[in-house]
Design a protein around this ligand. Sequence first.
Ligand code: PLP
Length: 457
Amino acid sequence: MQEGLANEIAGYEQRTPGSKRSHARALERIPLGVASNYRAYDPYPLFVREGKGGHLWDVDGNEYIDFNLSFGALMAGHSHPAVVRAVESRLRGGTAYGMPHDMEWELAEEICKRYPVDMVRFGCSGTEATMHAVRLARAATGRERMVKFEGAYHGLHDAALVSVKPHLEEIGDIHEPTAIPGGGGIPAAHVANTLVATFNDAGSVERRFEKHPGEIAAVICEPVMMNVGMCMPEEGFLRAMRELTRKHGALLIFDEVKTGAKLAWGGACEYFGVEPDIVCLAKSIGGGLPLSAFGARRAAMEQISQRKVFHGGTYNTNPISMAAGLAMFREVLTRDAYQYVDRLNRKLLDGYQRILRASGLKAYVVGAGANGVLMFRGSTVRNYRDWLEVDTELWRHYWFAMVNRGVLAQAYGWDEQWTISVQHTEADIDRHLAAFEEVAPALAQAQRDRQQVGAAR
Ligand SMILES: Cc1ncc(COP(=O)(O)O)c(C=O)c1O
Protein backbone atom coordinates (compact mmCIF):
# COMPACT_ATOMS: atom_id res chain seq x y z
CA MET A 1 0.00 0.00 0.00
CA GLN A 2 1.27 3.46 -0.85
CA GLU A 3 2.42 5.66 2.00
CA GLY A 4 -0.14 8.42 1.34
CA LEU A 5 -3.05 5.99 1.51
CA ALA A 6 -1.59 4.21 4.56
CA ASN A 7 -1.32 7.57 6.35
CA GLU A 8 -4.93 8.48 5.54
CA ILE A 9 -6.18 5.11 6.81
CA ALA A 10 -4.12 5.54 9.99
CA GLY A 11 -5.75 8.98 10.43
CA TYR A 12 -9.18 7.43 9.85
CA GLU A 13 -8.56 4.80 12.52
CA GLN A 14 -7.42 7.45 14.95
CA ARG A 15 -10.55 9.56 14.42
CA THR A 16 -13.08 6.72 14.46
CA PRO A 17 -12.46 4.30 17.36
CA GLY A 18 -16.19 4.12 18.09
CA SER A 19 -16.91 2.80 14.59
CA LYS A 20 -14.19 0.21 15.03
CA ARG A 21 -15.77 -0.97 18.29
CA SER A 22 -19.28 -1.10 16.85
CA HIS A 23 -18.06 -3.01 13.83
CA ALA A 24 -16.25 -5.58 15.99
CA ARG A 25 -19.47 -6.12 17.92
CA ALA A 26 -21.57 -6.37 14.75
CA LEU A 27 -19.20 -8.92 13.22
CA GLU A 28 -20.21 -11.40 15.91
CA ARG A 29 -23.83 -11.53 14.79
CA ILE A 30 -24.06 -10.03 11.32
CA PRO A 31 -22.07 -11.33 8.33
CA LEU A 32 -19.40 -8.75 7.43
CA GLY A 33 -20.85 -6.65 10.27
CA VAL A 34 -23.16 -4.85 7.84
CA ALA A 35 -26.73 -5.21 6.58
CA SER A 36 -25.84 -5.03 2.87
CA ASN A 37 -22.58 -6.21 1.31
CA TYR A 38 -22.23 -2.81 -0.34
CA ARG A 39 -21.66 -1.25 3.08
CA ALA A 40 -18.56 -3.29 3.96
CA TYR A 41 -15.03 -1.97 3.47
CA ASP A 42 -11.64 -2.17 5.13
CA PRO A 43 -10.53 -1.46 7.74
CA TYR A 44 -14.16 -1.01 8.92
CA PRO A 45 -17.08 1.19 7.88
CA LEU A 46 -18.16 4.38 9.60
CA PHE A 47 -21.04 3.80 12.00
CA VAL A 48 -23.61 6.57 11.93
CA ARG A 49 -25.18 8.39 14.85
CA GLU A 50 -27.46 10.71 12.91
CA GLY A 51 -28.08 12.65 9.73
CA LYS A 52 -29.56 16.11 9.31
CA GLY A 53 -30.05 18.01 6.07
CA GLY A 54 -26.86 17.57 4.05
CA HIS A 55 -24.77 16.48 7.03
CA LEU A 56 -24.03 13.29 8.96
CA TRP A 57 -22.38 12.49 12.31
CA ASP A 58 -20.58 9.24 13.12
CA VAL A 59 -20.70 7.52 16.51
CA ASP A 60 -17.54 9.37 17.57
CA GLY A 61 -19.27 12.70 16.92
CA ASN A 62 -17.26 13.55 13.76
CA GLU A 63 -19.29 15.66 11.35
CA TYR A 64 -19.33 15.07 7.59
CA ILE A 65 -20.94 16.81 4.66
CA ASP A 66 -22.81 13.86 3.22
CA PHE A 67 -22.64 13.35 -0.55
CA ASN A 68 -23.22 9.61 -0.15
CA LEU A 69 -26.82 10.21 0.92
CA SER A 70 -27.67 6.55 1.33
CA PHE A 71 -26.33 5.50 -2.06
CA GLY A 72 -28.31 8.24 -3.74
CA ALA A 73 -31.64 7.59 -2.04
CA LEU A 74 -31.74 11.05 -0.49
CA MET A 75 -31.96 13.84 -3.01
CA ALA A 76 -34.19 15.29 -0.29
CA GLY A 77 -31.29 15.20 2.18
CA HIS A 78 -31.77 13.76 5.66
CA SER A 79 -35.13 14.32 7.35
CA HIS A 80 -36.39 16.91 4.88
CA PRO A 81 -39.00 19.04 6.69
CA ALA A 82 -41.71 18.21 4.13
CA VAL A 83 -41.03 14.47 4.51
CA VAL A 84 -40.94 14.70 8.30
CA ARG A 85 -44.24 16.63 8.35
CA ALA A 86 -45.90 14.10 6.06
CA VAL A 87 -44.62 11.09 8.00
CA GLU A 88 -45.44 12.56 11.41
CA SER A 89 -48.94 13.41 10.32
CA ARG A 90 -49.55 9.76 9.34
CA LEU A 91 -47.74 7.96 12.16
CA ARG A 92 -50.67 7.89 14.53
CA GLY A 93 -53.13 6.79 11.88
CA GLY A 94 -51.66 3.33 11.48
CA THR A 95 -48.40 2.24 9.88
CA ALA A 96 -49.69 -0.55 7.62
CA TYR A 97 -53.16 -1.46 6.44
CA GLY A 98 -52.81 -4.21 3.88
CA MET A 99 -55.84 -2.47 2.36
CA PRO A 100 -56.22 0.19 -0.31
CA HIS A 101 -56.22 3.89 0.51
CA ASP A 102 -56.38 7.16 -1.41
CA MET A 103 -52.66 7.93 -1.33
CA GLU A 104 -52.16 5.03 -3.76
CA TRP A 105 -53.98 6.59 -6.72
CA GLU A 106 -52.77 10.02 -5.71
CA LEU A 107 -49.13 8.96 -5.98
CA ALA A 108 -49.79 6.89 -9.11
CA GLU A 109 -51.22 10.04 -10.72
CA GLU A 110 -48.12 12.04 -9.76
CA ILE A 111 -45.88 9.40 -11.33
CA CYS A 112 -47.95 9.24 -14.54
CA LYS A 113 -47.54 13.03 -14.93
CA ARG A 114 -43.75 12.72 -15.09
CA TYR A 115 -42.92 9.44 -16.78
CA PRO A 116 -44.37 7.90 -19.95
CA VAL A 117 -46.54 5.37 -18.11
CA ASP A 118 -50.33 4.99 -17.70
CA MET A 119 -50.49 2.70 -14.67
CA VAL A 120 -48.29 2.00 -11.68
CA ARG A 121 -47.77 -0.61 -8.97
CA PHE A 122 -45.72 0.02 -5.83
CA GLY A 123 -43.15 -1.88 -3.80
CA CYS A 124 -40.51 -1.26 -1.17
CA SER A 125 -37.18 -1.63 -3.01
CA GLY A 126 -35.55 -1.21 -6.39
CA THR A 127 -34.98 -4.95 -6.49
CA GLU A 128 -38.72 -5.54 -6.40
CA ALA A 129 -39.38 -2.96 -9.12
CA THR A 130 -36.93 -4.49 -11.60
CA MET A 131 -37.97 -8.05 -10.69
CA HIS A 132 -41.63 -7.32 -11.48
CA ALA A 133 -40.69 -5.38 -14.60
CA VAL A 134 -38.83 -8.40 -15.95
CA ARG A 135 -41.74 -10.69 -15.13
CA LEU A 136 -44.19 -8.34 -16.80
CA ALA A 137 -42.04 -8.28 -19.95
CA ARG A 138 -41.78 -12.07 -19.97
CA ALA A 139 -45.52 -12.43 -19.64
CA ALA A 140 -46.23 -9.79 -22.29
CA THR A 141 -43.98 -11.45 -24.86
CA GLY A 142 -44.26 -15.11 -23.88
CA ARG A 143 -40.44 -15.21 -23.93
CA GLU A 144 -37.99 -16.03 -21.16
CA ARG A 145 -34.64 -14.49 -21.98
CA MET A 146 -33.59 -10.96 -21.23
CA VAL A 147 -30.59 -8.83 -22.11
CA LYS A 148 -28.69 -6.85 -19.52
CA PHE A 149 -25.45 -4.92 -19.74
CA GLU A 150 -22.19 -6.13 -18.29
CA GLY A 151 -21.48 -4.26 -15.05
CA ALA A 152 -25.05 -3.04 -14.63
CA TYR A 153 -26.74 -3.59 -11.27
CA HIS A 154 -30.51 -4.00 -11.14
CA GLY A 155 -30.90 -5.46 -7.67
CA LEU A 156 -30.69 -8.86 -6.08
CA HIS A 157 -33.10 -11.19 -7.87
CA ASP A 158 -31.72 -14.14 -9.81
CA ALA A 159 -32.28 -12.76 -13.32
CA ALA A 160 -30.48 -9.53 -12.46
CA LEU A 161 -27.57 -10.77 -10.37
CA VAL A 162 -25.58 -11.82 -13.41
CA SER A 163 -22.38 -10.16 -14.69
CA VAL A 164 -22.59 -7.38 -12.12
CA LYS A 165 -18.91 -7.28 -11.24
CA PRO A 166 -17.38 -10.23 -13.13
CA HIS A 167 -13.59 -10.68 -13.19
CA LEU A 168 -11.66 -9.78 -16.31
CA GLU A 169 -10.33 -13.32 -16.76
CA GLU A 170 -13.81 -14.80 -17.08
CA ILE A 171 -15.78 -12.33 -19.20
CA GLY A 172 -14.78 -13.34 -22.73
CA ASP A 173 -15.33 -11.38 -25.94
CA ILE A 174 -16.43 -7.78 -25.42
CA HIS A 175 -18.93 -8.12 -28.29
CA GLU A 176 -20.49 -11.23 -26.74
CA PRO A 177 -19.75 -11.12 -23.01
CA THR A 178 -19.98 -14.33 -20.99
CA ALA A 179 -22.77 -14.37 -18.39
CA ILE A 180 -21.26 -14.81 -14.93
CA PRO A 181 -23.43 -15.39 -11.83
CA GLY A 182 -22.95 -12.71 -9.20
CA GLY A 183 -22.31 -15.20 -6.37
CA GLY A 184 -23.52 -18.61 -5.21
CA GLY A 185 -27.13 -19.74 -5.15
CA ILE A 186 -28.16 -18.46 -8.58
CA PRO A 187 -29.61 -21.31 -10.66
CA ALA A 188 -27.80 -22.02 -13.93
CA ALA A 189 -31.13 -21.69 -15.74
CA HIS A 190 -31.35 -18.05 -14.68
CA VAL A 191 -27.82 -17.36 -15.83
CA ALA A 192 -28.63 -19.00 -19.17
CA ASN A 193 -31.69 -16.79 -19.58
CA THR A 194 -29.78 -13.60 -18.88
CA LEU A 195 -27.83 -12.60 -21.96
CA VAL A 196 -25.12 -10.03 -21.44
CA ALA A 197 -24.24 -7.17 -23.77
CA THR A 198 -21.83 -4.24 -23.70
CA PHE A 199 -23.07 -0.74 -22.86
CA ASN A 200 -22.65 1.79 -25.68
CA ASP A 201 -22.31 -1.06 -28.18
CA ALA A 202 -25.64 -1.51 -29.96
CA GLY A 203 -24.06 -4.21 -32.11
CA SER A 204 -23.57 -6.42 -29.05
CA VAL A 205 -27.33 -6.22 -28.40
CA GLU A 206 -28.23 -6.81 -32.03
CA ARG A 207 -26.08 -9.97 -32.03
CA ARG A 208 -28.07 -11.28 -29.05
CA PHE A 209 -31.33 -10.80 -30.95
CA GLU A 210 -29.88 -12.47 -34.04
CA LYS A 211 -28.60 -15.46 -32.10
CA HIS A 212 -31.84 -15.91 -30.12
CA PRO A 213 -34.64 -14.91 -32.51
CA GLY A 214 -38.06 -14.73 -30.85
CA GLU A 215 -36.61 -15.62 -27.42
CA ILE A 216 -35.75 -12.27 -25.82
CA ALA A 217 -38.47 -10.66 -23.70
CA ALA A 218 -36.68 -7.43 -22.82
CA VAL A 219 -33.58 -5.34 -22.70
CA ILE A 220 -33.15 -3.89 -19.23
CA CYS A 221 -30.86 -0.92 -18.97
CA GLU A 222 -29.89 1.85 -16.67
CA PRO A 223 -29.99 4.89 -18.97
CA VAL A 224 -26.84 6.19 -17.25
CA MET A 225 -24.80 3.31 -15.86
CA MET A 226 -24.32 4.32 -12.25
CA ASN A 227 -22.76 1.22 -10.82
CA VAL A 228 -19.49 1.84 -12.66
CA GLY A 229 -18.99 5.36 -11.36
CA MET A 230 -20.95 7.22 -14.00
CA CYS A 231 -21.03 6.02 -17.58
CA MET A 232 -23.09 8.20 -19.91
CA PRO A 233 -24.87 6.72 -22.91
CA GLU A 234 -23.29 7.90 -26.13
CA GLU A 235 -25.36 9.88 -28.61
CA GLY A 236 -27.95 7.62 -30.18
CA PHE A 237 -27.32 4.57 -27.99
CA LEU A 238 -30.60 4.68 -26.05
CA ARG A 239 -32.51 5.42 -29.25
CA ALA A 240 -30.83 2.38 -30.82
CA MET A 241 -32.05 0.29 -27.86
CA ARG A 242 -35.54 1.64 -28.47
CA GLU A 243 -35.44 0.71 -32.16
CA LEU A 244 -33.83 -2.70 -31.67
CA THR A 245 -36.32 -3.83 -29.04
CA ARG A 246 -39.25 -2.69 -31.23
CA LYS A 247 -37.83 -4.38 -34.29
CA HIS A 248 -37.48 -7.68 -32.44
CA GLY A 249 -40.77 -7.57 -30.53
CA ALA A 250 -39.11 -7.16 -27.12
CA LEU A 251 -39.75 -4.57 -24.42
CA LEU A 252 -37.35 -1.88 -23.26
CA ILE A 253 -37.09 -1.54 -19.48
CA PHE A 254 -35.49 1.59 -18.06
CA ASP A 255 -34.14 0.88 -14.60
CA GLU A 256 -34.50 4.42 -13.26
CA VAL A 257 -33.86 3.45 -9.65
CA LYS A 258 -30.99 5.95 -9.58
CA THR A 259 -31.85 8.29 -12.46
CA GLY A 260 -35.64 8.52 -12.03
CA ALA A 261 -35.75 11.18 -9.35
CA LYS A 262 -32.25 12.62 -9.67
CA LEU A 263 -31.46 13.19 -13.32
CA ALA A 264 -34.39 15.46 -14.14
CA TRP A 265 -38.03 16.17 -13.25
CA GLY A 266 -39.12 13.41 -15.65
CA GLY A 267 -36.08 11.19 -15.10
CA ALA A 268 -33.95 9.79 -17.90
CA CYS A 269 -37.02 9.45 -20.15
CA GLU A 270 -37.31 13.23 -20.19
CA TYR A 271 -33.57 13.93 -20.07
CA PHE A 272 -32.77 11.78 -23.12
CA GLY A 273 -36.16 12.00 -24.84
CA VAL A 274 -36.52 8.22 -25.12
CA GLU A 275 -39.70 6.37 -24.16
CA PRO A 276 -39.18 2.86 -22.78
CA ASP A 277 -41.97 0.30 -22.28
CA ILE A 278 -41.49 -0.09 -18.53
CA VAL A 279 -40.02 2.36 -16.00
CA CYS A 280 -38.64 1.27 -12.59
CA LEU A 281 -38.34 3.82 -9.78
CA ALA A 282 -37.00 3.65 -6.22
CA LYS A 283 -34.32 5.35 -4.09
CA SER A 284 -34.95 9.12 -4.02
CA ILE A 285 -38.71 8.94 -4.70
CA GLY A 286 -39.30 7.88 -1.08
CA GLY A 287 -37.33 10.64 0.64
CA GLY A 288 -35.42 7.96 2.60
CA LEU A 289 -38.36 5.64 3.24
CA PRO A 290 -38.71 2.28 1.49
CA LEU A 291 -40.71 3.00 -1.64
CA SER A 292 -40.45 1.80 -5.22
CA ALA A 293 -42.69 1.66 -8.26
CA PHE A 294 -42.85 0.19 -11.71
CA GLY A 295 -45.09 1.53 -14.41
CA ALA A 296 -45.89 0.95 -18.06
CA ARG A 297 -48.46 1.73 -20.71
CA ARG A 298 -51.94 0.43 -20.00
CA ALA A 299 -51.72 -2.69 -22.20
CA ALA A 300 -48.69 -4.06 -20.34
CA MET A 301 -50.04 -3.21 -16.88
CA GLU A 302 -53.47 -4.63 -17.71
CA GLN A 303 -51.81 -8.06 -17.51
CA ILE A 304 -51.95 -7.53 -13.75
CA SER A 305 -55.59 -6.34 -13.94
CA GLN A 306 -56.46 -9.43 -15.95
CA ARG A 307 -54.72 -11.59 -13.35
CA LYS A 308 -52.26 -12.95 -15.87
CA VAL A 309 -49.30 -11.61 -13.90
CA PHE A 310 -49.17 -11.75 -10.15
CA HIS A 311 -47.96 -8.88 -8.02
CA GLY A 312 -48.26 -8.44 -4.28
CA GLY A 313 -46.47 -7.46 -1.08
CA THR A 314 -47.57 -6.95 2.53
CA TYR A 315 -45.73 -3.67 2.97
CA ASN A 316 -46.63 -2.25 -0.46
CA THR A 317 -48.10 1.24 -0.11
CA ASN A 318 -47.72 1.37 3.67
CA PRO A 319 -49.07 4.82 4.55
CA ILE A 320 -45.77 6.09 5.96
CA SER A 321 -43.80 5.48 2.78
CA MET A 322 -46.67 6.74 0.64
CA ALA A 323 -46.98 9.96 2.63
CA ALA A 324 -43.25 10.49 2.18
CA GLY A 325 -43.55 9.76 -1.54
CA LEU A 326 -46.37 12.25 -1.99
CA ALA A 327 -44.39 14.91 -0.13
CA MET A 328 -41.43 14.17 -2.39
CA PHE A 329 -43.38 14.52 -5.63
CA ARG A 330 -45.48 17.50 -4.57
CA GLU A 331 -43.10 19.53 -2.43
CA VAL A 332 -39.49 18.41 -2.89
CA LEU A 333 -38.87 17.19 -6.44
CA THR A 334 -40.04 20.39 -8.07
CA ARG A 335 -38.67 21.88 -11.29
CA ASP A 336 -37.00 24.56 -9.14
CA ALA A 337 -35.31 21.87 -7.05
CA TYR A 338 -33.73 20.37 -10.17
CA GLN A 339 -32.45 23.79 -11.20
CA TYR A 340 -31.01 24.34 -7.75
CA VAL A 341 -29.27 20.98 -7.51
CA ASP A 342 -28.03 21.29 -11.08
CA ARG A 343 -26.44 24.64 -10.27
CA LEU A 344 -24.67 23.23 -7.21
CA ASN A 345 -23.51 20.23 -9.22
CA ARG A 346 -22.16 22.47 -12.00
CA LYS A 347 -20.23 24.46 -9.40
CA LEU A 348 -18.79 21.27 -7.92
CA LEU A 349 -17.88 19.81 -11.32
CA ASP A 350 -16.26 23.07 -12.47
CA GLY A 351 -14.34 23.32 -9.20
CA TYR A 352 -13.04 19.76 -9.55
CA GLN A 353 -11.96 20.49 -13.12
CA ARG A 354 -10.05 23.59 -12.04
CA ILE A 355 -8.30 21.67 -9.24
CA LEU A 356 -7.47 18.75 -11.54
CA ARG A 357 -5.80 21.15 -13.99
CA ALA A 358 -3.87 22.94 -11.25
CA SER A 359 -2.67 19.78 -9.52
CA GLY A 360 -1.77 17.77 -12.62
CA LEU A 361 -3.81 14.83 -11.33
CA LYS A 362 -4.83 12.69 -14.29
CA ALA A 363 -8.50 11.91 -13.75
CA TYR A 364 -11.77 13.36 -14.98
CA VAL A 365 -15.13 14.39 -13.61
CA VAL A 366 -18.51 13.66 -15.10
CA GLY A 367 -21.96 14.56 -13.82
CA ALA A 368 -25.62 15.12 -14.66
CA GLY A 369 -28.62 16.15 -12.58
CA ALA A 370 -27.86 15.57 -8.90
CA ASN A 371 -25.00 13.11 -9.52
CA GLY A 372 -21.34 13.36 -10.36
CA VAL A 373 -18.08 11.54 -9.82
CA LEU A 374 -14.33 11.79 -10.01
CA MET A 375 -13.10 8.96 -12.22
CA PHE A 376 -9.51 7.81 -11.77
CA ARG A 377 -8.94 6.90 -15.39
CA GLY A 378 -7.24 8.93 -18.10
CA SER A 379 -10.07 8.72 -20.63
CA THR A 380 -13.84 8.40 -20.50
CA VAL A 381 -15.35 5.14 -19.28
CA ARG A 382 -17.71 3.87 -22.02
CA ASN A 383 -18.48 0.45 -20.55
CA TYR A 384 -17.74 -1.94 -17.70
CA ARG A 385 -14.39 -3.09 -19.10
CA ASP A 386 -13.10 0.47 -19.24
CA TRP A 387 -14.17 0.90 -15.64
CA LEU A 388 -12.05 -2.10 -14.61
CA GLU A 389 -9.03 0.10 -15.37
CA VAL A 390 -9.90 2.68 -12.71
CA ASP A 391 -7.00 3.16 -10.28
CA THR A 392 -8.64 1.73 -7.17
CA GLU A 393 -5.76 2.42 -4.79
CA LEU A 394 -5.74 6.08 -5.76
CA TRP A 395 -9.51 6.17 -5.40
CA ARG A 396 -9.23 4.81 -1.83
CA HIS A 397 -6.59 7.42 -1.07
CA TYR A 398 -9.03 10.11 -2.31
CA TRP A 399 -11.99 8.77 -0.36
CA PHE A 400 -10.24 8.37 3.01
CA ALA A 401 -8.43 11.70 2.61
CA MET A 402 -11.77 13.45 1.98
CA VAL A 403 -13.43 11.67 4.92
CA ASN A 404 -10.58 12.75 7.18
CA ARG A 405 -11.36 16.33 6.13
CA GLY A 406 -15.05 16.04 6.95
CA VAL A 407 -16.39 15.28 3.47
CA LEU A 408 -18.11 12.04 2.53
CA ALA A 409 -17.40 12.72 -1.11
CA GLN A 410 -19.64 9.84 -2.23
CA ALA A 411 -20.64 6.36 -1.11
CA TYR A 412 -17.67 4.09 -0.47
CA GLY A 413 -16.74 2.35 -3.73
CA TRP A 414 -15.22 3.43 -7.04
CA ASP A 415 -18.40 2.13 -8.66
CA GLU A 416 -20.47 4.82 -6.87
CA GLN A 417 -20.96 8.57 -7.32
CA TRP A 418 -21.90 11.66 -5.34
CA THR A 419 -25.44 12.92 -4.86
CA ILE A 420 -26.32 16.54 -4.18
CA SER A 421 -29.44 17.15 -2.15
CA VAL A 422 -31.86 20.05 -2.06
CA GLN A 423 -30.58 20.70 1.48
CA HIS A 424 -26.95 21.17 0.48
CA THR A 425 -25.79 24.76 0.26
CA GLU A 426 -23.20 26.72 -1.70
CA ALA A 427 -21.09 26.65 1.48
CA ASP A 428 -21.21 22.83 1.49
CA ILE A 429 -19.93 22.79 -2.09
CA ASP A 430 -17.17 25.27 -1.15
CA ARG A 431 -16.09 23.03 1.73
CA HIS A 432 -16.13 19.96 -0.51
CA LEU A 433 -13.90 21.78 -3.00
CA ALA A 434 -11.60 23.13 -0.30
CA ALA A 435 -11.03 19.58 0.95
CA PHE A 436 -10.32 18.33 -2.56
CA GLU A 437 -7.94 21.24 -3.19
CA GLU A 438 -5.99 20.19 -0.10
CA VAL A 439 -5.95 16.51 -1.11
CA ALA A 440 -5.31 16.75 -4.88
CA PRO A 441 -1.54 17.52 -4.81
CA ALA A 442 -0.86 14.40 -2.68
CA LEU A 443 -2.99 12.32 -5.08
CA ALA A 444 -1.10 13.72 -8.06
CA GLN A 445 2.20 12.91 -6.35
CA ALA A 446 1.05 9.38 -5.50
CA GLN A 447 -0.02 8.93 -9.14
CA ARG A 448 3.39 10.10 -10.40
CA ASP A 449 5.20 7.81 -7.92
CA ARG A 450 3.20 4.81 -9.06
CA GLN A 451 3.82 5.61 -12.70
CA GLN A 452 7.55 5.83 -12.02
CA VAL A 453 7.51 2.49 -10.21
CA GLY A 454 5.50 1.00 -13.08
CA ALA A 455 7.96 2.37 -15.67
CA ALA A 456 10.97 1.06 -13.71
CA ARG A 457 9.59 -2.51 -13.70
C1 PLP B 1 -29.75 0.90 -10.86
C2 PLP B 1 -30.23 0.14 -9.67
N1 PLP B 1 -31.26 -0.70 -9.80
C3 PLP B 1 -31.74 -1.41 -8.76
C4 PLP B 1 -31.18 -1.28 -7.51
C5 PLP B 1 -31.74 -2.06 -6.35
O1 PLP B 1 -32.40 -1.21 -5.49
P1 PLP B 1 -32.63 -1.67 -3.96
O2 PLP B 1 -31.29 -1.61 -3.29
O3 PLP B 1 -33.60 -0.65 -3.43
O4 PLP B 1 -33.20 -3.04 -3.99
C6 PLP B 1 -30.11 -0.39 -7.32
C7 PLP B 1 -29.49 -0.23 -6.00
O5 PLP B 1 -28.45 0.37 -5.84
C8 PLP B 1 -29.62 0.32 -8.43
O6 PLP B 1 -28.58 1.15 -8.31
